[in-house]
Ligand binder design. Structure first.
Ligand code: ABU
Length: 372
């Protein structure tokens, strides 16, 4: 297995948290329409254009206020909190293969950065507007990398994001075709180039569970396998066939402590994939229905109501949970967790909740084998 570093060390989603990056809404822009994303205003008549350019100062301030609340809570629990560097997200992206009108934001470091033991991996990403989203974290990565020679830093190969990388017509498939194609897990990205977002992975010590999705393809999973398995990890691809627009595993399959995963009752695992967990004594517990329906989510939010279960563990018995999600809090209390409810709904517009808006750099603990 990898070496243990005192600077970068995080092997799972639940060990006691020591250092974390919390995102920032500063400079956030609306996500542009592109082959990998077709943002829509919730409940608006079809064809209503999605806004473009910078988010309003009010929307940024509201999100930043709740992100600051998370920072205060983490610091009061003894966690060192770091923040992304300022970045001009209004800049267009232009490469030899594509152009995007603007970039997005640094609210969700989880989507692009992941710590696996003593290694930091920058994900290649799947959307053009997010091609350079690693940049706000580079100063921090250099700091960690300079601080300890045991820190490994890897940037996964960047895909071209040229038109040919995307499946034409994906966003317009009628429901029947979508059902049909779900059997072969065909999404907006094709299988030719390495594509993955970091948030499609969930860390269980030696085992890394990876969701095949709109943001992670099979070539991406193969790259992770070839990169991490020689280091002693096992890559465990998983599928959630009832999720027609899967993107990021942390609203679907959320480990809370050794032996316990919070699952999404609308998105069961593909038949047979539960065996790995059940045969190793893991309990899969369904999250309760979120307190907000999909139609009541913020109008510019592209994520589902299941942001409700996007909790952040700061220890194997301590979970930060969105304040209004009382049924989930009740479940967590019943499972013997200490629960820290905080308001976070104004962050939803940026596509994530507590887990998405963070990137844990260091937790106590080492790379255990939970699936011997
Ligand atoms: N970024 C996480 C969104 C996942 C979901 O909408 O269910």
């Amino acid at each position: 297995m990898q070496q243990v570093s005192e600077v970068v060390n995080s092997w799972n989603e639940w060990d006691p948290l020591e250092e974390i990056v919390v995102g920032s809404a500063d400079g956030a822009n609306f996500e542009p329409t592109e082959p990998g994303n077709r943002p829509q205003i919730r409940n608006a008549p079809p064809g209503t254009p999605f806004p473009s350019g910078p988010k309003s100062a009010e929307a940024v301030d509201r999100a930043n206020e709740e992100l600051a609340g998370l920072v205060s809570l983490l610091e009061s629990e003894g966690v060192r909190v770091r923040r992304p560097a300022p970045h001009d997200f209004s800049q267009p992206v232009r490469t030899p293969d594509f152009e995007a009108a603007n970039q997005y934001c640094a609210v969700c470091p989880r989507d692009v950065m992941i710590t696996i033991g003593n290694e930091i991996i920058e994900a290649p990403m799947s959307r053009r507007s997010r091609y350079f989203e690693y940049q706000p974290y580079r100063e921090l990565v250099y700091e960690y990398w300079n601080a300890d020679p045991r820190v490994v830093w890897t940037t996964a190969p960047k895909p071209s994001m040229a038109d040919k990388m995307y499946r034409d017509g994906f966003w317009d498939w009628p429901l029947a075709e979508r059902h049909e194609r779900m059997h072969s897990f065909e999404f907006c990205v094709t299988q030719d180039e390495v594509v993955f977002d970091a948030a499609d992975m969930s860390r269980f010590g030696r085992d890394i569970v990876v969701q095949e999705s709109m943001t992670t393809n099979r070539a991406g999973i193969t790259w992770l396998k070839r990169h991490l398995e020689p280091k002693g990890f096992r890559i465990r691809p998983v599928h959630f066939p009832l999720d027609f627009f899967p993107s990021h595993i942390d609203c679907t399959f959320v480990p809370l402590r050794p032996g316990l995963v919070l699952t999404n009752p609308d998105r069961p695992l593909r038949e047979g994939e539960e065996k790995l967990f059940e045969s190793n004594g893991w309990e899969l517990v369904a999250a309760p229905e979120p307190t907000t329906g999909n139609n009541e989510m913020p109008e510019f939010c592209q994520s589902s109501k299941w942001l409700s279960m996007n909790v952040l563990s700061i220890g194997p018995n301590k979970v930060i949970c969105e304040q209004q999600e009382k049924p989930l809090q009740e479940l967590l209390y019943a499972l013997d967790f200490e629960v820290f409810p905080i308001p976070f709904r104004n962050v939803f517009e940026y596509g994530g909740s507590l887990h998405c808006a963070t990137w844990d750099v260091r937790r106590t603990g080492a790379g255990e084998d939970y699936f011997p």
